[in-house]
Design a protein around this ligand. Structure first.
Ligand code: 16G
Length: 256
């Protein structure tokens, strides 16, 4: 790798000059190919600084969202996330939504299996506390960029067995004849805590959207209760608003 030097501006701490040098290199596309930063030893030699200074510079770039630490894998250049406009009136799945946009959906499973429902799940899904619930918590990614954390709960009686669920929950429900036809969704703004920020590769305290979805079968039974945290820099939820029918007809007549 060609030599890389930190130019130290007057009265600027050394770690800040190192950070600026790294930013320049990232902007020039030097690290874009592999997206992973060289190891500490190599970088500190290239920049002719101590590993302590380098670590401070990297920590500041992580704080600013330029770099991201992935546990056990190293430090990566953060790719700009895809931006998605999601109509609020369509009951589609994450896999379908991403496919429609030409993006590839994938998931990292956080928790999965058959459990007794929590009081919250039993109430939201209208199920007895002694029944079994299938719980699936996943980090959802689009073209390998984390977009959302989704914690879904489905009464097991609708799925038969946990093995029925592959990469798409809605595809599994469809195969069992239990795809939801209607859902009620509640959105609110939140700030993310440390654990969620690490998964979503955003800074702790960044804004996010907290979404609760309760989905229903055609006969009115509740089939899904999902709590999600969506990155606010990647998702715009778009809603169409209309007047009640009578008012709409009057307004249409008025412009004739
Ligand atoms: C969507 C739904 C989520 C559902 C998931 C199924 C929102 C806010 N959430 O992400 O409730 O569980 O799709 O996706 O839209 P899958 O079929 O790809 O597993």
């Amino acid at each position: 790798m060609a030599e890389l030097r930190a130019v130290r501006a007057e009265r600027q701490p050394l770690f800040a000059s190192v950070g600026a040098a790294l930013r320049r290199e990232i902007a020039s596309g030097r690290f874009a190919e592999s997206d992973v930063l060289p190891g500490e030893r190599e970088l500190s030699q290239l920049l002719s600084v101590s590993r302590t200074t380098l670590r401070r510079a990297i920590a500041a770039l992580v704080e600013d969202g330029v770099l991201v630490h992935r546990h056990g894998a190293g430090t990566f250049v953060r790719r700009s996330p895809p931006h998605v406009e999601q109509p609020l009136s369509r009951l589609t799945s994450f896999t379908e939504d991403m496919r429609l946009r030409g993006l590839t959906a994938s998931s990292r499973v956080i928790e999965r299996g058959a459990f007794l429902p929590t009081p919250d799940e039993s109430m939201m899904l209208d199920m007895a506390l002694s029944e079994t619930v299938f719980r699936l918590s996943r980090l959802r990614l689009a073209d390998s960029v984390p977009m959302a954390i989704e914690r879904a709960a489905v009464p097991m009686r609708f799925l038969g067995a946990p093995e029925a669920v592959g990469s798409s929950l809605y595809a599994a429900l469809e195969a069992c004849g239990c795809r939801p036809v209607r859902a009620v969704q509640r959105l609110r703004a939140v700030v993310v805590g440390a654990a969620e920020a690490a998964l979503l590769e955003i800074t702790e305290g960044a804004p996010a959207l907290d979404i609760h979805r309760v989905a229903y079968l055609a006969d009115g039974r509740r089939v899904e209760f999902t709590r999600s945290t969506y990155r606010s820099d990647t998702y715009d939820f778009v809603a169409e608003l209309t007047l009640p029918t009578a008012q709409r007809m009057r307004a249409a007549e008025a412009i004739r």
